[in-house]
Design a protein around this ligand. Sequence first.
Ligand code: LRH
Ligand code: MN
Ligand code: MN
Length: 390
Amino acid sequence: MSGPYPAAVTAALAAQRIETPSWAYGNSGTRFKVFAQPGVPRTPEEKLDDAARVHEHTGVAPDVALHIPWDRCDDYGALASYARERGLRLGTVNSNVFQDDDYKLGSVTHPDAAVRRKALDHLLECVDIMDATGSRDLKLWFADGTNYPGQDDIRARQERLAEALATVRDRLGEGQRMLLEYKLFEPSFYTTDVPDWGTAYAHCLKLGPKARVVVDTGHHAPGTNIEFIVALLLREGKLGGFDFNSRFYADDDLMAGAADPFQLFRIMYEVVRGGGLESGAGVSFMLDQCHNIEPKIPAVIRSVMNVQEATAKALLVDTAALEGAQRSGDVLGANAVLMDAYDTDVRPLLAGVREACGLDPDPVGAYRRSGWAERIVEERKGGQQAGWGA
Ligand code: LRH
Ligand code: MN
Ligand code: MN
């Protein structure tokens, strides 16, 4: 498949927005070691400065997700203004009820009502922050679960979870949403209270229109057909967004599209097929990744580009030919239509989209040439570098 490409394809690519996570700019690592990098931000503002570079070179990443308390600050309205002055917007507020000693046995599902209250208060505080930042979405991920059979009552924990979620739902303002994220395991190893899309969907269905499911691509058992989940949630109007990253083993948080670009294409095909790219669909395309050994800003740029490439290929699927082959039971023909799109080199197409937007066609090269990497190493000396828990 080669150009010229339909105007609808280039318009969709220019319009797509990919949200980057503040924590991707800070230091991170595995439980064995954090390899600190020189020039890493020391404050939420410096994280925004780095995010602004990603947006400057890609043109599609104006939104930055916050993680509270990692991005705690005195004045979130001022932080939002700081973002705006750099062409950015503060995006999804990610809650954190997993890094406090009190949460050893859970947060909103903890057997002790006092701990549950503390966790709930944090979630409600996150909605206050959304009010100040103008954010639409609250992302909820719970590390809650158990390690041993009998440790706690599975059903009671679901009750406690439902109660907390309903309280948060009632606190949301007009236009605000809650996105419930599931994860198969880790840090709990026997039960997890929101382990899969079905559990998240069941809760979101009861919670009503303000609640949707978020699909973190790293949170499934190996071999899970994630695009099927995407198709189903979109069909039900319950797909709130993605936490994109890639994985070889578990929740590896590697760059989106690095481990399995074909899977990302299959996911994006279902997004396009289900109308999820349209502006009214309410599907967020977020990254949730950590750059432990590679330089962070170009890694985020690369990830944004990988999502764009998967999207471009999905948009190029010849739907008339595909439907024809499917209707006539032409198994190989149908598969070939999909593979033709996947095998297309979309880099010239995306370079053209960038040039039409007044951008350098090579975002990573443009970043390298900008001198920003050297500048932050020079300027960001002293102070505490941001990282997990900081
Ligand atoms: C949990 C998770 C969740 C957290 C983020 C830092 O594994 O995916 O989204 O908020 O990592
Ligand atoms: Mn996630
Ligand atoms: Mn994760």
